[in-house]
Design a protein around this ligand. Sequence first.
Ligand code: GUN
Length: 295
Amino acid sequence: MTAQIISGTEIAKQIRQELKQEIAGLRDKYNLIPGLATVLVGDDPASQVYVGSKARTCEALGVYSERHDLPAETSEQKLLALIDRLNKDTRIHGILVQLPLPKHISEANVLYAIDPDKDVDGFHPVNVGRMMIGQPNYLPCTPHGIQELLFRSGVKTEGAEVVVVGRSNIVGKPIANILLQKKAGANATVTVCHTATRDITFHTRRADILIVAAGKPKAITADMVKEGAVVIDVGVNRIGKTAEGKAILCGDVDFDAVKEKASAITPVPGGVGPMTIVMLMLNTVKATKLAVGLA
Ligand code: GUN
């Protein structure tokens, strides 16, 4: 079997169009402009790329955006003061603090400090708790993007055996939680594998839907995948540079071999990545509506 390639780029484009219309409607009907503030501490090149593409997407969709790029040595106190200011700023509906933060800053303190109503990343414990009990305000962007990719590609999750490889707070734990909710587009039987799992292949070979966020290039090989499975690759690994200095990326799945076995698979790049940013825009629009009682 040769897999259908699930294009996150194409699906993200459709959602962008839908959002662009909604944002134009908010502006024309209510004089409302969604506003997003991004905060980046330090000069990690990958984080700079992510923050830059968020700003460009805001501009393309008609979202007001503010970039706060701070030096690596910024104190936690200074960062918390900025968050406090953004929490109070009525032009700003969403606040995103790019992770990871430098080691001298407590990620927990920072995530707690963001007003849960402006937490468009869905990382504040209030929003994590709301997701857990099936009453989300904001779902975290990457897992929400995966759910939307599956849904819009016609992949049925109801009753499916879903195996997640990886248990991060950003991807593994939330996607497992989202897909086990008793809801349309979810309702799956979910297994989560991690670094202490005794026999990962035993689990991955049972998966109807295999979601991989392991952070290890090509960790999932063809022998680990069931014939006809749907494979979602969340990995973004930089494995070298082209002659022009552009990063060469690969996922956590051995794409070329696994695509011969799977029924559908996401590529890297062009799979899950583009979905994350549009889901951030979706959350920012929701935050804007919530702020004025429209949602
Ligand atoms: N770093 C890696 N993924 C993410 C994300 O989704 N949000 C933020 N804020 N930082 C990240």
